[in-house]
Ligand binder design. Structure first.
Ligand code: FE2
Length: 366
C-alpha cells in the first residue's frame, strides 16, 4: 500500500483500507475504484491521507497503532461525554463527568494496552473524521501520542493513567465554544481568540470538581497551551512551573494539530511537524520531550513516496525502530525511469538521505 494525500488521488485509484465516518459507517470501501464523487466526498470530510493499493506497492503493509474497533469505541465515549458537558446546568455537568469516569478509564486502559503491544513507530496520519468531529479524534490521537511518550519516559502505571485521562479530556472546555468560532476559516478577531483561549481554564474548572478525575489530569487541560518561555496561556507560566504532563501534552497536542487537516489549513507531514517542534525547542517545547517524541513517531511513515539524495525515487517500505529517520525504501525509479523494484536500507547507506516527500502536492500548503 502507498500513502497518498487526498488531493493527489485520481479516478480509478483503489483504497487499501476502508474509510469510515465517526458513526462507523464506511464512506468509501477498500478495493473499489474511486470515482470523482467519492474523491470529493473524502475531500469534503476533511480527510487528509489515505492508503491506496497498486502493483508497485504490493506487500508493503502498515499496522495501525490502535485498531479500528478501539478507535470507533473510544470516539463514541469521547463524543457522548463531551456533548453531555454542553448541558447548561453546571452541577449536572460535574455529575456527568463523575458518572463517565469509569468509561474514560476503560478507554485509557485499552489505548495503553494497544500502544504497548505496538512495536513500530507510531503513525496516526490516516485518521478519518469530518471537520465537525475534529475535537474527538484529536483528543484520541493526543492520548495515543501522550501515552506512547509517557511509556518511553518511564512513567509508572498510576502516572500513565492520570496522563491518559488528562490527554483524553484536555480540550473538553472547547465544548463551551460555539462551533462557528472553532471552525472559522478566516483569521480570528482578538475577541474570538480570547474566547478560544478560555477553553483551558473552563476545562480545568469542570474537571477539578469531578471526584472521578485526578487533579493532575485536570491540570493537563489547564496547562497544555503553556509554553516554556511564558508565551502560552491561560496563565503564561514558565518552564519551572509547568508540570511534566503539561510539557508532554504541549508536544502531543501541537504535533497532532499540525499534521491534521483543518478548515483553515492543510496538514503537514510528520517530518514537517517534527521540524516545527524542533524549531520551538527550549523556547516553547521541552527539549527532552521533543527528542523522545522523535523516537516515538514514524517520521517517514510506511507507504510515503520519497526521493533520495541521489535522485532515486521510491516508497517507504519498512521502519527502522532504532533509527526512525532512516527507513527502508523500495526503489521504483532511477533517473526518472521505472526499474524493477529493490530495497535500500538507509541505516546501511549512511551517505544517502531523504530529500523530498511526494504525497504533498502544491495544493497542500501549510
Ligand atoms: Fe487546546
Amino acid at each position: 500500500m502507498r500513502l497518498r494525500s487526498v488531493h493527489s488521488l485520481g479516478i480509478g485509484d483503489c483504497l487499501a483500507k476502508a474509510i469510515y465516518n465517526e458513526n462507523g459507517q464506511a464512506l468509501v470501501n477498500a478495493g473499489v475504484p474511486l470515482s470523482l464523487n467519492m474523491i470529493e466526498r473524502l475531500n469534503s470530510k476533511g480527510i487528509t491521507f489515505v492508503y491506496i493499493d497498486d502493483e508497485e506497492s504490493q506487500h508493503i503493509e502498515f499496522e495501525e497503532v490502535i485498531t479500528e474497533k478501539t478507535r470507533q469505541k473510544s470516539i463514541k465515549t469521547i463524543k457522548k461525554s463531551f456533548q453531555l458537558i454542553t448541558d447548561p446546568s453546571v452541577i449536572k455537568k460535574t455529575f456527568q463527568i463523575d458518572q463517565l469516569g469509569h468509561s474514560f478509564r476503560q478507554v485509557v486502559n485499552t489505548i495503553l494496552e494497544e500502544v504497548r503491544s505496538h512495536k513500530e513507530a507510531i503513525s496516526l496520519l490516516v485518521t478519518i473524521y469530518s471537520y465537525d468531529s475534529y475535537v474527538f479524534h484529536h483528543s484520541l490521537n493526543v492520548t495515543v501520542y501522550a501515552l506512547a511518550l509517557g511509556e518511553k519516559l518511564g512513567l509508572n502505571e498510576k502516572q500513565l493513567q492520570e496522563l491518559g485521562l488528562g490527554a483524553l479530556l484536555h480540550d473538553i472546555g472547547k465544548m463551551m465554544i460555539p462551533s462557528h468560532i472553532l471552525n472559522k476559516q478566516e483569521p480570528l478577531t482578538d475577541k474570538e481568540f480570547s474566547l478560544i483561549k478560555e477553553h483551558a481554564t473552563t476545562g480545568f474548572n469542570l474537571l477539578r470538581k469531578s471526584h472521578s478525575i485526578p487533579l493532575l489530569s485536570a491540570h493537563c487541560a489547564f496547562q497544555h497551551h503553556e509554553r516554556l518561555n511564558g508565551s502560552g496561556y491561560p496563565r503564561g507560566i514558565e518552564e519551572k512551573d509547568i508540570h511534566l504532563f503539561g510539557k508532554i501534552l504541549g508536544v502531543a497536542d501541537v504535533f497532532d494539530a499540525v499534521t491534521s487537516n483543518r478548515v483553515y489549513r492543510k496538514a503537514m507531514l510528520p517530518h514537517e511537524g517534527l521540524e516545527l517542534l524542533y524549531a520551538g525547542v527550549d523556547e516553547l517545547f521541552d527539549r527532552k520531550m521533543v527528542e523522545v517524541f522523535a523516537k516515538t513517531i514514524a517520521i517517514y511513515p510506511i507507504g510515503l513516496e520519497v526521493v533520495i539524495s541521489d535522485g532515486r525515487e521510491g516508497i517507504v517500505s519498512k521502519q527502522n525502530p532504532e533509527m526512525n529517520a532512516r527507513p527502508v525504501i523500495r526503489v521504483l525509479k532511477e533517473s526518472g525511469e521505472t526499474i524493477s523494484p529493490y530495497e535500500v536500507d538507509l541505516t546501511k547507506e549512511l551517505n544517502l538521505m531523504i530529500m523530498k516527500c511526494e504525497t504533498r502536492l502544491s495544493k497542500a500548503a501549510s
